[in-house]
Write a protein that binds this ligand. Structure first.
Ligand SMILES: [Zn+2]
Length: 288
């Protein structure tokens, strides 16, 4: 109990200082902050792919254009569901062909441990599948099990494949306090927002609702944390890069409530895709 209290207070303190630092950096680099919002989903499981048509309808009702990280194998298995994303105008991110360290598609081998050539092959194969089946061309990437990636060779792989951006790190692990920043090999990295109470954990439905020992299962808790993060970003003129699981938005009323709360919030953040953001930042020397 005492440890939880100390940790809780530590989380709040870290979050306050983190957004203070984000505000200071955003003041220096207003084009990197500006109070913007990106929303992304990873289609990691068949259940996620099957949730896409209903999720697309919900996002259309809420007026949200989002980014979806896609796995080549699931695009092959669920082409119609993925085509719906493209026709609805959502952005696609390359999430590799078989998602190394995926219990169904590619067990017992992490993306992090693959040689550069094997990482490139994973990215290229997903790229080709999306071109052939969806007619979509991607320039952005999300690493499998993002947030746990320790090696950075994928930036070299992305550069060699003419990709331009990635969203594969947590805000807590970013040198930019959550703002987009220029990572290795000229790749622009969009860090994913963390939980205001547990600032080293991604503020997602896994952390809040699904995992064993989920941290924010109370009624309205996830919604209020998302709105709190939005208010912090609005105040810092920074960046909210929120991540959700597709099937969770349909399975958990609390997740749907968080999403609708954000869409209807009086806190106005400018919604933007990663590619749209990249266009704004392109050739900006201050992002060094
Ligand atoms: Zn939390």
């Amino acid at each position: 109990m005492a440890a939880a209290l100390v940790y809780g207070l530590g989380g709040r303190f870290f979050t306050r200082e983190f957004y203070r630092a984000q505000a200071a950096l955003a003041a220096e680099q207003p084009q990197a902050g500006g109070g913007r919002l990106s929303l992304s989903f990873d289609i990691d499981y068949p259940e996620d792919a099957r949730a896409l048509p209903e999720l697309c309808d919900l996002l259309a009702q809420l007026g949200l254009t989002c980014s979806f990280a896609v796995i080549g194998k699931l695009v092959e298995a669920y082409p119609a569901e993925h085509r719906k994303l493209v026709s609805a105008g959502h952005e696609l991110l390359n999430h590799t062909y078989s998602h190394p360290d995926h219990e169904i598609f590619h067990p017992h081998e992490s993306f992090d441990d693959l040689a550069l050539s094997a990482q490139k092959e994973q990215i290229e194969r997903c790229h080709k599948v999306c071109q052939d089946i969806l007619g979509a061309s991607m320039t952005g990437f999300r690493a499998p099990h993002f947030g746990n990636v320790t090696g950075r060779t994928f930036y070299q792989a992305l550069n060699e494949l003419n990709y331009s951006f990635s969203s594969s790190l947590t805000a807590a692990a970013s040198p930019s306090f959550g703002l987009p920043f220029r990572a290795e090999e000229g790749i622009l990295e969009f860090p994913v927002t963390c939980c205001p109470r547990h600032p080293f954990a991604v503020l997602d439905t896994w952390h809040a609702l699904r995992k064993s020992g989920a941290r924010h299962t109370g009624k309205g808790e996830l919604r209020s944390l998302v709105l709190e993060a939005a208010a912090l970003v609005s105040e810092s003129r920074g960046y909210l890069n929120l991540y959700l699981d597709p099937r969770d938005v349909l399975e958990f009323e609390e997740a749907k409530s968080a999403l609708t709360g954000l869409a209807e919030s009086p806190v106005r953040l400018a919604s933007i895709t990663y590619a749209g953001y990249l266009q704004l930042l392109r050739d900006n020397p201050s992002l060094g």
